[in-house]
Design a protein around this ligand. Structure first.
Ligand code: PA5
Length: 437
């Protein structure tokens, strides 16, 4: 497999007598999912990932090619599931600070994000950076009524009209939204913008492998066909209910077992900083899917070894209410050796000749040992390497694990009633017509 799933201290935390119960529960949840009979059954479009040869995938790749040919910056407007996946993949598969490289050394136009907050200074900064660039906009909103991206779109549209004139601005905006309905579809139709569709049966946080995620990724130069192949392979690998054969389901079961033992926080810890935005995607997926009806594991994230110098103290010695899911990449594709200094002024000559990867690996192994000694269970996910195929696999792995885990927990992993509460209060404060509570 592209992803190895293990729980080194399983014997300490999983009571053997419960194995059969968990297998039965996983089978029930699996049947609900694949029989499309569980809560949120109308949101299972992501279960069968699209093929690289689908008509829609071709349209996405074509639209991306046009944008790549015309623009040196893509402004993606969206929030939540209409934002997090694209950013996760792009940051995972693009070198850090690559916007500082000369154009010919970059994979594609720079991708900027707007609409994921309500900060005027953030919006102003992004627009001022874009002032001298050739810009295209991809607005992503399934409903079209989400305040943050709708507001950003209003501002960005006016900015584009000033920059390019009304007619040309309209040719530089592409909307990704529901195939048949919604405010953004109507807006796009009236403005004459091109459109791509998010399937009706795929909810926001499960939409990374639809146009919502794939268009920005493809513009950034990622191989979306490979990404979809990786997801398809994962969908085959994780299609059977047998826990021994299904690492995705084992992960879902282990985290539920740990939750029942009082481990209320799951810390996703990666040793490559490129996983920072991916961890945000993961937090959104699990947080919005599972945190409801008074239940749910709180999804948190850390970057190691960076956070071993901050959160590390809490993890090692704080309350014993968390477990870690450690993401390790076997082959990073980058090599760097520790140089020798004659006088050994910093005492690092014992590392001479070793690679930085080896040092990172021993940090990873040592940390697992230390945290497990400190009674923090560690689940390990080892990704063979970091490329589109493996990332596609990883996206699917977590989507399916999240759906199964939600069913094991007894919640609907596809709705998000709780996110309405803040909106109601905000709308009332802003004086939106009809909002009085
Ligand atoms: O997962 C979800 O459904 C949400 O996070 C949505 O993606 C988010 O609220 C954005 O919604 P929309 O695409 O309708 O603007």
């Amino acid at each position: 497999s592209k992803l190895h799933v293990e729980f080194p201290a399983a014997a300490m935390y999983t009571d053997g007598s419960r194995t059969a119960d968990w297998q039965a529960a996983a089978k029930r949840a699996h049947d609900q999912l694949h029989g499309r009979s569980g809560p949120g059954q109308e949101w299972l479009g992501w279960l069968d990932p699209p093929s690289p040869d689908d008509e829609e995938t071709r349209r996405i790749a074509e639209a991306a090619e046009e944008i790549r040919a015309r623009a040196d910056a893509l402004l993606v407007i969206g929030i939540g599931g209409s934002y997090a996946g694209a950013r996760a993949a792009i940051e995972l598969l693009t070198p850090p600070f690559s916007s500082q490289l000369p154009r010919e050394q970059r994979k594609g136009p720079d991708v900027y994000f707007l609409g994921q907050n309500l900060s005027a200074s953030y919006i102003n900064s992004v627009l001022s950076i874009l002032a001298d660039k050739d810009v295209e906009i991809n607005v992503v909103s399934k409903s079209g009524t989400t305040t943050e991206p709708a507001l950003a779109l209003r501002i960005a549209r006016e900015w584009m009209i000033k920059k390019y004139g009304r007619q040309e601005a309209a040719t530089r905006i592409i909307a990704t939204t529901d195939r048949t309905q919604g405010a953004l579809r109507r807006f796009a139709e009236s403005e004459g913008w091109r459109m791509l569709a998010v399937p009706a049966d795929v909810g926001g946080r499960y939409s990374v492998l639809t146009a919502a995620g794939l268009l920005p990724m493809s513009v950034a130069g990622l191989k979306i066909g490979e990404m979809l192949l990786g997801a398809q392979e994962a969908s085959v690998e994780y299609a059977m209910p047998d826990l021994d054969a299904n690492g995705c389901y084992r992960y879902a079961v282990w985290r539920n077992e740990l939750y029942r033992q009082g481990k209320q926080i799951e810390l996703l810890a990666a040793y490559e900083p490129a996983f920072c935005a991916f961890a945000e995607w993961w937090k959104q997926l699990f947080g919005e899917s599972e945190g409801k009806d008074g239940k749910g594991i709180f999804p948190a994230a850390a970057q190691f070894s960076t956070d071993l110098h901050s959160l590390g103290q809490y993890i090692q010695d704080g309350p014993r209410h968390m477990f870690e899911t450690v993401l390790w990449v076997e082959l990073t594709g980058s090599e760097l050796l520790v140089p020798f200094i004659e006088e050994d002024p910093d005492g690092l000559n014992y590392l001479t000749g070793k690679s930085v990867c080896e040092v990172n690996e021993q940090a990873y192994r040592g940390t697992i040992e230390a945290h497990q000694d400190g009674k923090v269970p560690n689940l390990l996910l080892t990704l063979a390497q970091l490329d589109e195929r493996h990332v596609g696999h990883l996206f699917y792995f977590f989507e399916k694990a999240c759906a199964l885990s939600g069913y094991l927990l007894g919640v609907n992993p596809f709705d998000q009633p709780g996110v309405e509460a803040y909106k109601g209060k905000m709308f009332k404060l802003l004086g939106k017509p009809g909002w009085t509570v």
